[in-house]
Write a protein that binds this ligand. Structure first.
Ligand code: AMP
Length: 416
């Protein structure tokens, strides 16, 4: 079922959203992007004449009630955005009466799902090494099913619009879907967009396809790099991870960030690219600094000739041109991870060159997907968010999807 094909008139929909918004000391929302992201789905249900039961997690209360993570703090903000006075159920597992009383157009928000350990389904207070752990895990899986069944009992249909947690098999993100038939469960609009964006880069690829992978470590990106190797035409590797490649090739990297246990892996990636005919683009020069700070002294040096006591913090001018050339003319672009320490204003040039090249290619018809917390922060810092095709809202979920993993939250609905 799809949300557009479903008529919610007279129905109660339970919707898993990601309202894990950042709050300040006074409990006020500092960034409401996630709430705004779910509004199209929530408004569609209400516009059809349905009633809404909204559920989410907030923070990591680890299965215990903790006022700091109470969703009651955001009821007013959600009411204001929806234009409906949202009711609040202070115990998400004891909301049957409040849900039953809901009339068309009314909205009930449940308290933080993670106040119950059943939401995440991990046994609490027992060590993995403990011989009784497996039994505790089994018992918890059973109570997780009961918890999910309770949530399901509140509504006629289920919508998952929480992409940020789609890579988790939690009660509200996946298990609950087992209690609805295929005609009464669906992805929300935000989830549909995210799934489509991932399909654009993994399935319906328009060529050439350039992927740009950056960030501090190769170890955290290896799953993605390997999955992309079979799909891309150009693979740009940038940021801190490239010093591991420079060292592996016998270069001098001074005190640049490096993973000494990944030198062979770096050489293996280079060999794989060659064997598969992928144009692997690694920087040839870098901006080296004598200190890890914005005000450090700098010099441009060849990527494999960084003097002792200096560290590479950004891509050099030649490298920026190489990157832009590999992005120019691309029809599919994925960017994950910055090309330098972009948090320091003096080391943003590499990332900016990438962002500008992506914006240009996008204006010429490319599909560009920006994902992963830091590249999103980067594109926002440059004020270029509206110049790319799609900015993913999911950190870990997006990365797992690009690695080619099936997301439990999607599979629970689409059955893939
Ligand atoms: P990741 O979390 O692995 O995606 O990496 C993002 C982080 O990598 C950002 O905080 C950047 O500041 C950092 N980073 C990028 N390039 C470098 C570099 N050359 N040296 C140290 N850190 C870097």
């Amino acid at each position: 079922m799809t949300i557009d094909n479903y008529n919610f008139a007279g129905k109660k929909a339970i919707v898993r959203v990601d309202f894990n918004v950042p709050l300040n000391e006074e409990g006020k929302i500092t960034d409401d992007t996630r709430i705004r992201g779910a509004l199209p789905t929530l408004k569609k249900v209400l516009a059809d004449g349905g009633a809404l039961i909204i559920m989410s997690h907030m923070g990591k209360p680890k299965g215990k009630v903790n006022a700091k993570y109470s969703l009651s703090q955001i009821v007013d903000a959600v009411s204001e955005k929806l234009g409906v006075a949202v009711q609040f159920a202070p115990d998400c597992a004891k909301a049957a009466e409040a849900a039953a009383a809901l009339k068309p157009g009314e909205v009930l928000m449940l308290e933080n799902l993670r106040f119950y350990p059943e939401e995440e389904g991990k046994p609490v207070g027992i060590d993995k090494e403990d011989p009784a752990y497996n039994d505790a895990k089994k018992a918890m899986k059973e109570s997780q099913k009961e918890f999910a069944k309770t949530l399901a009992s509140y509504a006629d249909c289920y919508i998952n619009d929480a992409f940020g947690t789609a890579h988790r098999r939690h009660a509200s993100t996946a298990v609950v879907a087992d209690y609805f038939d295929a005609d009464n469960k669906m992805l929300g609009y935000l989830m549909e967009k995210e799934v489509q964006a991932v399909d654009n880069i993994l399935k319906d690829i328009k060529r050439p396809f350039t992927a740009i992978m950056g960030g501090s470590k190769v170890s955290t990106k290896i799953g993605i790099i390997e999955n992309l190797m079979d799909k891309v035409d150009n693979l740009i590797l940038c940021g801190g991870m490239t010093y591991t490649f420079a060292k592996a090739q016998g270069g001098h990297i001074g005190k640049s960030i490096v993973e000494d246990d990944k030198l062979e892996l770096a050489l293996d990636i280079m060999a794989q690219a060659k064997a598969k005919g992928v144009n692997l683009v690694l920087g040839t020069d870098c901006v080296a600094a004598d200190d890890f700070s914005n005000d450090a002294n700098t010099q441009v040096v060849p990527a494999g000739a960084i003097p002792e006591g200096w560290e590479g913090l950004d891509a050099g001018p030649e490298t920026r041109k190489l990157f832009a050339a590999a992005i120019e003319g691309a029809k599919t672009i994925l960017w994950n991870g910055p090309a330098g320490v972009f948090e320091f204003d003096n080391f943003t040039d590499g990332s900016r060159a990438i962002a500008e090249a992506i914006a240009k290619a996008t204006s010429e018809g490319a599909f560009s997907l920006i994902g992963g917390g830091d590249s999103v922060a980067c594109i926002n810092k440059f004020g270029m968010a509206d110049k790319v095709s799609y900015i993913s809202t999911g950190g870990g979920a997006l990365l797992e999807a690009i690695e080619g993993k099936v997301l439990p939250g999607v599979a629970a609905i689409k059955g893939e």
